[in-house]
Design a protein around this ligand. Sequence first.
Ligand SMILES: [Zn+2]
Length: 357
Amino acid sequence: MLPEMLLSWWLLFSPFVPQATAPEKPVNVILVIGDGMGLAQIALAEYLYKPPSPLSRMDVVGLQKTHSASHLETDSGAAGTAMSCGVKTFNAAIGVDADSVPVKSILELASEHGMKTGLVVTSSIVHATPASFYAHVTSRGSYEEIALQLVSANVDVFVGGGEKYFFDRHSDHDNLVKTLERKQYEIVRLDDPRGRVKLEGVRKEKRIACFTALEDPIRATMGRSYLPYMAPEAVHALEKRADKGYFLMVEASQVDWAAHANDREWLALEMQDAYSMMENLLELVNEDENTLLIITADHECSYMSLKGKKSPKVEFNTKVHSSQMVPVFAHGPGAEQFAGIYENTAIFDKIKMLLGI
Ligand SMILES: [Zn+2]
């Protein structure tokens, strides 16, 4: 018995015994999704962007597997739902599992725990990726139903297009913009998508609905430039309102659309726009030790590759999504949790664990 007792005493006091350390916990989480932003799209931006790029300054890199429950090539609904709700579902589903049963999202959990929540996108706010954070429908095209669900989701700050789904409705003829106003939303309109709008003047008792277009916002090639500015505006608006932290999802929505269209110029400008947004967010979180920044994609689009001798030449190989893994970059408290290779559903699991919700 004696040698065993000695061994256990030695284990107890030895400085060499590895200690399991609890992960550092963030108070706030910002999740950036580049829709369709695979490694080739990122590589293009890395060649175009003057170093050091925001992604090259992130603490940790991992890879996520993007397949859905129904297809190797996921769509944005199933991939968004995997990251927002932690379940694999069928393509076109939003916030429901493979049996069409609604599943609570990380944004809804955050809200239930007293955190403030936000969404900033360059699509309509009812489009698949943002919708997967607050809506529960079996078909991503049910825009009027998704708008109705956004009104009752109580997202504290949202920025995106698609205002027409709130007032020009065929299913019920309701005016949901008026309903938002009754629910203490300040309606802010970005009349010129080349411009900017300040949110700091809105009283903190109010929620903010910032509409950037009646339908989808215009392309970066047509002058849309609000994302790099409105993402930090949303951060400041959430900071002002939050006393238990916040969860913000920001989407560079049109990287995917440019790849679907096989349009090189459009893709390059969308990536530059996304990089400017990432740069601004990285600068903010570098001044704040409580915020975890995660940057990833929902899937790759077009099996894109780069060719050439000096300057990169983009080659699109399809007009649809691919099944490639996509990178996950993380920076700030808890970032180390995002190293390795894992399923897209693990994004939800890791954020939930880190926020303790
Ligand atoms: Zn797509």
